[in-house]
Design a protein around this ligand. Structure first.
Ligand SMILES: Nc1ncnc2c1ncn2[C@@H]1O[C@H](COP(=O)(O)OP(=O)(O)OP(=O)(O)O)[C@@H](O)[C@H]1O
Ligand SMILES: [Mg+2]
Length: 385
């Protein structure tokens, strides 16, 4: 039952969302006299306790989406519900939402404790209660005993945790985090990722987390919403976005990809046939909602790790050969870049660095690779669409 509910929530959005954004539209007039559509008919629901990540390139509307939820910006059209209540017109300080900004926006002249206490002081929470909640929060984020320090006496990671404590102390239903880890170095970032996940688990509140780092999005989230040019491109659990992206934009933005241009050569009741420019043909099962017609131009997606050094007997799939252009040894794998005429771009392959590869392929060496049909995923449209 729980598994079925989780699957349903992943596919259709949660049944009882804590946050619901419906058909959000937001345009900005730029100083240059143009108009930017920052949000273009975006609908997203967030479940209680969910870790949802907004992922997309710079300027795609991520911060704008957080700002309309937190009340720092109004929508041009559309609705936002929190716990089924329409929050249009409700000022930012009366929304059960808090934000951790990318720059932390801490008060440098105040102590750690005063920074964390700030929203409680504004809300005129009694002093003893404020003290109790501030020390509870500092304990939670691992900063017990740091209350009297000033912000400029803290490391970047510690400042990050003060920003978190400050946002959490008012017990929001929803925490919005705008690229909170981007200023941290790689190892601290990994540690904070784990701490954030643990904290979310412990507090049981919903997180809407913004990043343009796809690896961070895949590892941390229950679901990921990919935004591109103000539009919601796809929303779903990380593995779904990675294995079955709904378009070329998502395929390229989430993970590394090989895209092979092909034409639909035959459409059967259960299968579609695809032909590449070099004459290779492959038959793939039709998926629900797939609406290809014979003659359509498509892209076949294969991930680098889907590459095999050679096909097994009777294996169906696509075969390529070409010179190795670059080799990167990454411990467990060799990452190869291979020049072939068939692919629009050099082919990317990741082969396990087992005994059979020995010291690994050498640049300039000719190599043959095979992608099994079961790992190919057809996408409508041409590259760049
Ligand atoms: N106040 C504003 N006036 C005019 N244009 C704006 C304003 N705020 C945002 N924009 C534009 O709206 C678009 C979306 O901006 P937004 O800040 O939401 O992007 P983002 O996805 O957060 O990008 P980044 O990853 O760089 O932070 C951009 O084209 C931006 O230039
Ligand atoms: Mg932003």
């Amino acid at each position: 039952m729980a598994a079925a509910q989780a699957r349903d929530a992943a596919e259709n959005g949660p049944a009882r969302p804590v946050l619901e954004i419906r058909h959000a539209m937001k345009r900005f007039a730029t100083p240059e006299g143009q108009e930017v559509v920052a949000l273009d008919d975006v609908s997203i629901s967030v479940a209680p306790n969910e870790f949802l990540t907004l992922l997309g390139p710079s300027g795609c509307g991520k911060t704008t989406l957080l700002r309309v939820v937190s009340g720092f910006e109004d929508l041009d059209a559309g609705d936002i519900f929190i716990d089924r209540q329409d929050i249009a017109g409700r000022p930012a300080y009366r929304r059960p939402v808090n934000t951790v900004f990318q720059t932390y926006a801490l008060f440098p002249h105040l102590s750690v404790a005063r920074n964390v206490a700030y929203s409680l002081e504004i809300a005129k929470v009694e002093q003893a209660e404020t003290r109790r909640r501030v020390s509870e929060m500092l304990e939670l984020v691992g900063l017990a005993g740091f209350g009297e320090r000033r912000i400029n006496q803290l490391s970047g990671g510690q400042q990050q945790r003060v920003a978190l404590a400050r946002a959490l102390v008012a017990r929001p239903k929803i925490l919005l985090l705008d690229e909170p880890l981007s200023a941290l170095d790689k190892s601290l970032r990994g540690k904070m990722q784990q701490e954030l996940k643990a904290l979310q688990h412990e507090l049981g509140i919903s997180f809407v987390f913004v990043t343009h780092d796809q690896e961070e999005a895949l590892t941390m989230s229950d679901r990921v919403a990919v935004l591109g040019q103000g539009k919601l491109q796809q929303i779903g659990p990380p593995h779904e976005l990675y294995r079955t992206p709904s378009n070329v934009f998502v395929a390229r933005f989430v993970g590394e990809s090989n895209l092979f241009a092909a034409t639909v050569s035959e459409v059967g009741p259960a299968h579609c046939h695809f032909r590449l420019a070099d004459g290779q043909e492959v038959r793939l099962p039709r998926r629900d909602g797939q609406t290809f017609s014979a003659g359509d131009k498509v892209q076949l997606l294969a991930r680098p790790e889907d590459a095999r050094p050679s096909p097994p007997d009777n294996g169906t799939g696509l075969r390529f050969s070409g010179p190795v252009r670059e080799v990167f040894f990454v411990g467990t794998h060799y990452k190869l870049v291979i020049g072939t005429s068939e692919a629009d771009e050099p082919l990317k392959a990741s082969l396990p660095a087992g005994e059979d590869l020995g010291a690994g392929p050498a640049p300039g060496q000719m190599i043959e690779l095979w992608f099994p049909a079961s790992r190919l995923h057809p996408l409508a449209g041409e590259v760049g669409s």
